[in-house]
Write a protein that binds this ligand. Structure first.
Ligand SMILES: Cc1ncc(COP(=O)(O)O)c(C=O)c1O
Length: 398
């Protein structure tokens, strides 16, 4: 079956993903993914921080099936029960006062940019610039590419959407230098995911928050990857003890059903008035049923506590490996179950391949850092399987 799919993909699918890993999955259960040839993999990447509940989570599947049988879509012309209830959940469990649903992380960030701009526009203040950080990743639409601080993602799409600029992360002086009287917002990932799991310093994040408040600038936190319990808190900004004016989330919010959210303080959110923003699919009955089922599982199964506890155990065991292999493992970073294992550059690809051959799914960031973002209900036994495979890879393949 794999060869057939590869041939179809090659012939008909736009080649944006190049040569993919040679595997196709037919079904999953918990941490396990079953390939068409019968091989069983452990999903330590969780669909890139999406499958927070693992695969085929019984209650989640049941909630979706029930919703599919009842109603998929009605349009935003009418009131939508699940949409209203999921907005309530997000607001009551975060520092935000209002939420808006869309379909992806990039779209949530687009919504955040629009909200920041319209907030000042409606006040009659000429502020529209958005500052973000080097090495950040905010999505693939034109505005989010302009905000993504990685030149290789930007180069083919110049001229970029105007008004965006990037500065060095964790450098508060750089913030002060970059801000102008046109700066509307500063956007950060508190833990940069795609570039290899790089957390911001607490002091930097807090200074940033205070600076934005003092200077009438909005702070936007991109929680697309860090949100919904990934770091052991529902949102990473809780770890930092700061409250953004706007934050975005997506990925794990739907556990695989596409949904994103823009969340904001009341004062900012009220800038969006009828007609200012919209969406066809965003927050429809199906995707918001998924969001509600994710919230229920997080609460009923104590997944925040598990992510925190298992994250600590995971990093401890990885640091144990680092002591054993100090020349190979250079750093172990992250919070909760978003973890980066930085390797000596010459061996990183071989380690990634070795893990894959041992049926451990991860991603390799910037050719240097193995990123893991497993389901939040992972067990210590599953962590041990990964550690064993990692050790075998370092011993046998390197
Ligand atoms: C921090 C962050 N923001 C935004 C995005 C874009 O999300 P999406 O691919 O759903 O548009 C990603 C995706 O990896 C991300 O990690």
């Amino acid at each position: 079956m794999l060869e057939e799919i590869k041939a179809l993909d090659k012939e008909y699918y736009m080649n944006t993903f190049g040569e993919r890993l040679p595997v196709t999955f037919t079904h999953g259960e918990g941490m396990k993914l079953y390939a068409d040839n019968g091989d069983v993999y452990y999903d330590f990447l969780g669909g890139i921080a999406v499958n927070a509940l693992g695969h085929s989570h019984p209650k989640f599947c049941e909630a979706l099936k029930n919703q599919v049988d009842k109603l998929l879509h009605t349009s935003s012309l009418y009131y939508i029960e699940n949409q209203a209830k999921l907005a309530e959940k997000l607001v009551k469990s975060s520092c935000a006062d209002k939420a808006f649903f869309c379909n992806s992380g990039a779209e949530a960030n687009e919504g955040a940019f629009k909200l920041a701009k319209i907030y000042f526009y409606k006040k009659g203040i000429d502020k529209y610039e958005i500052i973000s950080l080097d090495h950040s990743f905010h999505g693939r639409t034109l505005a989010t590419v302009a905000a993504t601080g990685q030149p290789h993602y930007q180069a083919p799409y110049k001229p970029l959407t105007p008004g965006f600029s990037q500065i060095k992360p964790n450098d508060f002086e750089a913030v002060k230098k970059a801000v102008t009287d046109k700066t509307a917002a500063i956007m950060v990932e508190l833990i940069q995911g795609e570039s290899g799991v790089h957390p911001m310093d607490i002091e930097y994040a807090r200074n940033l928050r205070q600076f934005c408040t003092d200077n009438g600038i909005l702070l936007i936190v991109d929680e697309v990857q860090t949100g919904m319990g990934r770091t052991g808190k529902l949102f990473a900004h809780e770890l930092y003890g700061i409250e953004p004016d706007i934050f975005t989330c997506a990925k794990a919010l739907g556990n695989g059903v596409p949904i994103g959210a823009v969340c904001a303080k009341a004062e900012v959110a009220k800038a969006f008035e009828p007609g200012d923003h919209g969406t066809t699919f965003g927050g429809n009955p199906l995707s918001t049923a998924a969001g509600l089922a994710v919230f229920s599982a997080i609460e009923e199964e104590n997944l925040l506590e598990n992510a925190d506890e298992m994250g600590k155990i995971f990093r401890k065991k990885l640091n144990g490996l680092k002591s054993e292999f100090p020349d190979e493992i250079l750093d172990v970073r992250g919070e909760g179950l978003l973890i980066g294992i930085e390797l000596k550059s010459e061996i990183a690809k071989a380690v990634f391949n070795g893990l894959h051959n041992r049926k451990m799914l991860t991603s390799l960031c910037k050719g240097l850092t193995i990123r893991v973002a497993p389901p939040l209900n992972i067990t210590e036994n599953e962590i041990d399987l990964f550690i064993k495979a990692f050790k075998a890879t370092l011993k046998e393949d390197i």
